[in-house]
Write a protein that binds this ligand. Structure first.
Ligand code: CAA
Length: 262
């Protein structure tokens, strides 16, 4: 597939590399058009299937991660066309099928569908220039990419209501305080730091990384007791893998682990 709305590259020096995807519609502040979301889904699937890739980093530009769904396209819809074309749902959720960690690196505007896409990442790192918000209310609509559901889970009900009902933007420090982002990093250092985190993750045993991601995301889907039971079962299962033998043997013999290939 030829990409016109995203830039894709592989970075890193280790055995397993990082798949880097940059949203790239600069004239529209990376507004998430259908072609862009199709390309993003394709690139995510390709990196996920590539055994040479450890994690995926998703980012935008200095000015915007993404300023939302593409408003001129939305403007053309009525109820039937939105329903029939499965507006938003059709190509927005490929990211949720990815088994490898997806690290979001946010600079500038991260609004509406942009914020919803960011919340589908597994971890968010924000530049000190990042601005998050769900301004759909200003357009006379509600979020359609999970904003009313994921935002309360990330930042709590009161902060989510404040953002959703006022449509205001929240800066990076506030986003970190409220739990939306893992770390705030000076803009000039953002990509280096995120790629460093990705490289650390790439160095761990791939099946254990995938399991960690799956279980942590599951915490938002199942009741606590059931989640802990599933974790316990998986914890027992990892003792049947060569990764556990190698990791613990390496620790006890004071050497670096040499993870078996999956
Ligand atoms: N869709 C399409 N184009 C967009 C866009 C969007 N979401 N956001 C910005 N653009 C375009 C602007 O139309 C403008 O294009 P032109 O130069 O051709 O006029 C260009 O990007 C630059 O934007 P501005 O001139 O407005 O830049 P600014 O720095 O003055 O303001 C901004 C930046 C505050 C982000 C402002 O552009 C803005 O408010 N954008 C809309 C944000 C928004 O409402 N997002 C929600 C969309 S709906 C949604 O996402 C639904 C959902 O849940 C999936």
């Amino acid at each position: 597939m030829n990409y016109e709305c995203i830039l894709v590259e592989t970075v890193g020096a280790g055995a397993r590399k990082t798949g880097l995807i940059r949203l790239n519609r600069p004239k529209a502040l990376n507004a998430l058009s259908d072609p862009l979301m199709d390309e993003l889904g394709h690139a995510l699937k390709a990196f996920d299937a590539d055994e040479g890739i450890g994690c995926i980093v998703l980012t935008g530009s200095e000015k915007a991660f993404a300023a939302g769904a593409d408003i001129p396209t939305l403007m053309q819809h009525d109820f039937m066309s939105a329903f029939n074309s499965q507006l938003i749902s059709k190509n927005w959720e490929h990211i949720l099928q990815v088994r490898k960690p997806v690290l979001g690196a946010v600079q500038g505007f991260c609004l509406g569908g942009g914020c919803e896409l960011a919340m589908m990442c597994d971890v968010l790192y924000a530049a000190d220039t990042a601005k998050f918000g769900q301004p759909e209310i200003k357009l006379g609509v509600i979020p359609g990419g999970g904003g009313t559901q994921r935002l309360p889970r990330w930042v709590g009900k009161s902060k989510a209501m404040d953002l959703l009902l006022t449509g205001r933007m929240m800066g990076a420090e506030e986003a970190e305080r409220s739990g939306l982002v893992a770390r705030v990093i000076p803009a000039a250092e953002l990509m280096d730091e995120v790629l460093k985190a990705a490289e650390t993750i790439n160095g761990y045993a791939a099946p254990v990384v995938a399991l960690m991601k799956q279980l942590t995301n599951q915490a938002f889907e199942v009741p606590l007791t059931q989640g802990v039971q599933i974790e316990r079962g998986m914890f027992h299962a990892v003792f049947g893998t060569a990764n556990q033998k190698e990791g613990m043997d390496a620790f006890l013999n004071k050497r670096a682990p040499n993870w078996p290939q999956p």
